[in-house]
Design a binder for this molecule. Structure first.
Ligand code: 2AM
Length: 173
């Protein structure tokens, strides 16, 4: 069994920019390490090895052109007790990608978290309430997406990309 999710996984430079948003003095919860910063596209949870292999083997999983997300606000989510970065606008390509992944999972007979998609990067968990504030916009281009495995280690969750799909170049929109 592996705990799996599909995600947009920024490159190391972009992850460093995201991690730099949270002022260390203002974060009293569990700050997420830069290597783990991601945007969840679909969360599957525990999946058996056969299904995981089938997912890894998918060819050209969802053909959507590359797109950008621009993270502009740091928000406290009360129910999750998390501080998250959210984009002001979500381009249609990003919506198409996550909808396409959900269709694909449904087609494979796999269950996943069906709550409406609310794209975000979690920076801190078990966070204290804090007012929403704008941040210097962080614009990230996504050319691919990944199937990620989450492993629980003594030092915390470690994420490992199991497969990566490139987004095919398309006409500019
Ligand atoms: P997120 O809440 O920041 O998106 C791996 O467990 C990741 O999947 C978590 O970091 C969490 O990140 C995301 N996730 C989305 N839905 C989840 C769920 N129902 N249970 C656990 N994790 C979920």
């Amino acid at each position: 069994m592996a705990r799996l999710f599909f995600a947009l996984y920024p490159d190391a430079a972009a992850r460093a920019s995201l991690a730099a948003v949270l002022p260390t003095d203002g974060a009293r919860g569990r700050v997420i390490p830069a290597d783990n910063l991601h945007v969840t596209l679909a969360f599957l949870g525990d999946v058996d090895a056969t299904a995981a292999d089938a997912l890894r083997a998918l060819q050209d999983a969802v053909p959507v052109p590359p797109f950008e997300l621009c993270f502009e606000r740091l928000v406290f989510w009360e129910r999750a007790r998390a501080r998250v970065l959210v984009p002001e606008a979500v381009p249609p390509e990003a919506e198409c990608l996550q909808a396409g992944i959900r269709r694909l999972l449904t087609g494979q007979g796999l269950s996943f978290d069906r709550r409406p998609w609310n794209p975000h990067v979690t920076l801190e968990r078990r966070a204290a309430p804090a007012p929403t504030r704008p941040v210097t916009p962080i614009r990230i281009r996504f050319d691919d997406y990944v199937l990620m495995a989450s492993e629980t280690r003594p030092e915390g969750a470690v994420y490992r990309p199991l497969a990566r799909w490139r987004l095919p170049p398309g006409d500019a929109v």
